[in-house]
Design a binder for this molecule. Structure first.
Ligand code: SAM
Length: 241
């Protein structure tokens, strides 16, 4: 069933698609009165609707019922991702959204090769990628992509999650499975390094702040592989798969 993110709640039982969404619904999908469509407020509520009228720049949809989105993970997942090179972040954002993250925080750490002076344009691009991915996979929440944070601030925010994990390539003691053996918290943070990994002092500071350093096994995963592998494992351990 076609799905669109909308800004506000129904007015008089009707939600109106306008602009690009109206064009897509009316011209591309050729929705006609009487057909069904799901409109999502991007904050976890889905509106099951019936198309009422279709005009060039507006599609009016009558709300039949509303319900909590069924497509969100049981936990709130936040990915703190050190800036990788080139356009790898585009890939990471898209896949992390499909895997159910609620928030992506780009991080600037010591070994980040990519150190853009101005990051607003990049963040805007990642927000567009996140919105498209959320629409494609049928998310109930529009994941947030935050502004770039220095590692220290990111660690402070990550530590506030009930399950706060540092994916550390040099971790020898604790595997992800052991770290999740006690269960998965309602909020989960994953801190992932760039191609050059974390400096020892960065890893030490993250652990001192309360993050659990975990290994994803004996192989060194690319910075675009590690977060996705960890997200999938956390989703599984958290009862989402
Ligand atoms: N430069 C590092 C090295 O050669 O050891 C590799 C860094 S890796 C490409 C990028 C990031 O992915 C790491 O900082 C870590 O967050 C995560 N990562 C990759 N492999 C991992 C593993 N086996 N265990 C835990 N984290 C891993």
């Amino acid at each position: 069933m076609p799905r669109f993110f909308v800004d506000g709640p129904p007015e008089g039982g009707v939600i109106r698609l306008r602009g690009e969404d109206a064009h897509h619904a009316g011209r591309v999908l050729r929705l006609r009165p009487g057909e069904s469509v799901t409109l999502c407020d991007g904050r976890g509520t889905d509106y099951e609707c019936t198309v009422e009228t279709v005009s060039g720049d507006e599609v009016a949809c009558r709300v039949q019922r509303s319900a909590a989105s069924r497509t969100e993970p049981l936990q709130r997942l936040v990915l703190f991702m050190a800036l990788p090179k080139a356009d790898k972040m585009d890939f990471i954002v898209q896949k992390a959204v499909e895997l159910g993250v609620s928030e992506i925080v780009p991080v600037l750490s010591k070994n980040c090769v990519s150190r853009p002076e101005r990051t607003e344009k990049k963040v805007e691009r990642w927000r567009r990628i996140a919105a498209e991915a959320a629409k494609q996979c049928g998310r109930g929440v529009l994941p947030a992509v935050r502004s770039v944070l220095p590692l220290k601030e990111a660690v402070g925010q990550a530590a506030r999650c009930e399950t706060a994990l540092l994916l550390y390539e040099n971790e020898q003691q604790t595997g992800l499975r052991a770290a999740l053996a006690g269960g998965v918290g309602k909020t989960v943070s994953l801190l992932v390094g760039p191609e050059g990994g974390f400096a020892p002092e960065e890893a030490a500071a993250a652990q001192a702040a309360g993050l659990t350093s975990v290994s994803l096994g004996p192989r060194i995963l690319r910075c675009e592989t590690a977060p996705l592998a960890a997200l999938a494992a956390v989703l599984y351990a958290g009862g989402n798969m």
